[in-house]
Structure formats: structure tokens, C-alpha cells
Design a protein around this ligand. Sequence first.
Ligand code: SF4
Length: 489
Amino acid sequence: MNQNYPDFTADTELDRVRGWTSDFAEENQRPPTYFIQTFGCQQNDHDSEIAAGILEEMGFAEGTSVDDSELVLFNTCSVRANADERFFGHVGRLKPIKKKTLPVIGVLGCMMEQDLHRDVLFKTFSYVDFALGAGAMELLPAALGDVLYSERKQGTRDLTRKESDPFATGQPVRRVKPHRALITVMTGCNNICSYCIVPYTRGREKSRPYEQIMEEAIGTVRSGAVEIMLLGQNVNSYGNDVRLQGGQAPGFAELIRDISLIESLGIVRFMTSHPKDLSDELIEVIGSYPVIEPHVHLPIQSGSDRILKKMNRKYTAAHFLDRVHRLRDSRPGLTITTDLIVGFPGEDEEDFEATLRVMEEARFDAAFTFLYSPRSGTPAASLYDQGDRDLVQGRFERLVELQNQISLESNRSLLGKTVEVLLDGPSRRDPRILSGRTRDDRLVNVSFDDSTSLQADGTDHVNPYVGSFVRVKIVKAGSFSLEGHADIP
Ligand code: SF4
């Protein structure tokens, strides 16, 4: 273990909260329960897994709903306007259930790094007990202990991220899916894309020590993880911050190669990649190590060089396409997914058509498409002019139509073929069907011959196939998913 980083388990605040949970359990003949509502990206999903691990370490048990829990946490996202609005709606609904002291209500995540949102939160919802900024999970025991043991003074437990906070070691994690280990490799971003709030909420890039990541990765595989997902706002610049300060650190290519060599690991996935930082070395590693997923999520955002410049993306459409072709040359069959924004301030028809041309050439296997929405505090917010929303909406629909057609063609190429699918659990629509992902990250709904071996109760614990790769014959293809039949000997 790297001695420069504090050991989380040595935190005395843990004992303070344990004292409270143990008194509660004695009085009520059951442990106090928690409920976490998570908004946003996979990094937030993982932060919530860490929050759950810390709470269970302190004597809480997982609750089933907001209404029957002694502690309610919201893990917030600032990236899109609708996540902000949904969060405030959820907090508002807690007012009738808040008694004198319980449930304790805490708010975590990116929104709590912004003064504007914290002010609105504490002024409008006086029953919220504490706020913690993104990535400040090691402060959860202290914040909770303060609330449980002291008179409430609104806003005093308002703790935001400190630039100097290191990664704590030994933080417990309660993984939502035991077969999938989400592992943070770095936090923050140095890119300052003009529309993006992340650099202001998650801070500057900070790489987690290589030894810490490897220790966690090996540990999760030993405990049964089949899939590892490496997380970071820009994983391609892993280690740059350390090297810039004169230290030594491997790059992302070396890190993911070493992880792919862990014995018994089924697949290693990663996100997100920045097109300007996707190196030839990483492309070569992706092409050479079969355990690394044959898929890259590579956000382009726009195909117009003029708009890319305004977005401060620091690459051109030609550079982006060069990365796409090199990736596909290096690993035949590799899928590429992307993010696209329509209606960025100043975008005209010519810019939009440049985006359509890049989409035609890149043949993205899937895309997350967004209508631009200004995020207050970002440089692009001041450029925003409502403009002609119908025109922008029309462009958005054209873009979605083109992408759906390309995605459908890509998915149809698998019809009749047998592929490996890592099964995640019952599909939301029909618990007799299991959903999972191919190695190249396509969503597949899988049916089985022997339906009696599947549980109809919606739980995945009892299903012998969940968490493993099975061979699946693809029988139907849509733009967003595939259907297949398990080929179990
Ligand atoms: S690369 Fe750009 S879009 Fe991505 S997190 Fe950093 S600033 Fe935001």
C-alpha cells in the first residue's frame, strides 16, 4: 500500500457513527437503513457504491425506499439540465416525511461543488442536513457524525472537495453487480471544453496510484468479478499530472495492458477517451490484448472544425477520423460509440452538415445525442442565444434518424451469428429474459430454451447464468439492441 495516502479504515469518525447505529439497533431491534438515489454518469454510480460500502461499514443496512430509511442520500449530476431539475423535484418530495430528526438527508456530488446550487438547496429545502462535494466521500463519516450528534445548524456541514485531497486507501465498496467492478483510475479534467461543467465540479486531473489500482483490480477478480470498468473523465491522460510534476507514472496504455493480464479476468472496459489524447500506443495495446474490449467510446461532439474550436475540443474532424480508422485497422470488428451535441451556439447549416458527413464516414455503432443546453458557469453559457429552436430541433431529428439507420445496419451485421454475451441480470420488461452486453458493448436480450432454469421473480441472484459469458445466437436486430437465443450445451 502506498504510504503517502491515508488509510480510510483508520478514520476515528467511523467509530462515532458506529456508536449511533449500534444504539439505534439495540433500541429498534434492527439496523438503521439507508437509501441512495444516484443521478448521472458511471463515476457517480461508483461513488454511490463507495458511499454504500462506507455506510455498511458503519452499521447501516440497505433500505428499500426513501420512505422507510433513516438516511437518504442524493448523489447529484450537473452535466445536463434535466438531472438538476429531477434532483430538486426528489428533494422537494421529502418534506412530508421529514420528522424532527429523521431521516437524515444528505446531498453529494457535482451539484454540491457549485455555490449557486448549494445556496438554492439550503435556502429552499431547510430540512436537508448536509452537503458533500464530488469525490469527497472520505468526509462522509465526519459529516454524518456531526449531524447525528449535534444540534442542527443548517449549512454548517457543507463540505466541498479540496484540491489537495488524496485518494484514500481501503475505502469499502458495495458493488451493485458483484461480477462488474467499477474502478476509478483518475478524477477531474484539464480540458476545459467550453460547454462542460466537469472541470469546475471534479477539479483538475488527478491520477490514482498505479499500485492502488492494480491492488483493487486483482482483489475484485479474486472475489469473482468477471468484468472491470476503468473510469475517469479522460482516461487517456492517466499519469500526465504525475509526470508533469517530475514524478514517474505509467500511462494508460501500460495500465490497461497490465490489468488485462490479470488471471481469470473476462473483460476490461474503459471510459471516457478524449480524441486528442488517444495515443498510437494505446491503439496498439487495444489491438493486441483480447481481454480489452473491442469497443471505444470516443466523443466527437461536432464534425465542424469551426464548432470544435468554439467548443475548445483541440482536435479537428480529420484527426478524429484518423483515430477511428486506426482503431478499426488495429482491431477488426471494433465498435465505436460517440456523443454528439446539436445546437451549440453559432452552429449553422454548414456546420451541421459537416457533422452528418463525419457520421457517415465514421459509421458510429451507437451515439448519445444531445440538444445543447447551457450550463451556468461555463464559457459557452454566455454565448448562448435561444435562436430558432424549431430549426435546431429539426437538425436534431435528422441527426438521430441518420444515426439510428447506421446503428441498425451495424447491429444487423450480427444476425444469424453466435457471439459471447456477459449477462447482467433480468431485463426490465420480462424477468424471464436476461440482458447483457457483447464484448463490443452491444445490448442483447437473451432467451433460453429451459425457461424453468430462470427465475420469474426478477432477482438475479438465483440465476446461474448471470455474471458469466454465454454464447448467444442473434435472431433480431434493432437500432438500440439485439435479441438472441442462448446456445448452452
Ligand atoms: S474532456 Fe471536455 S467534455 Fe470531457 S469532462 Fe473534460 S471538459 Fe468535460
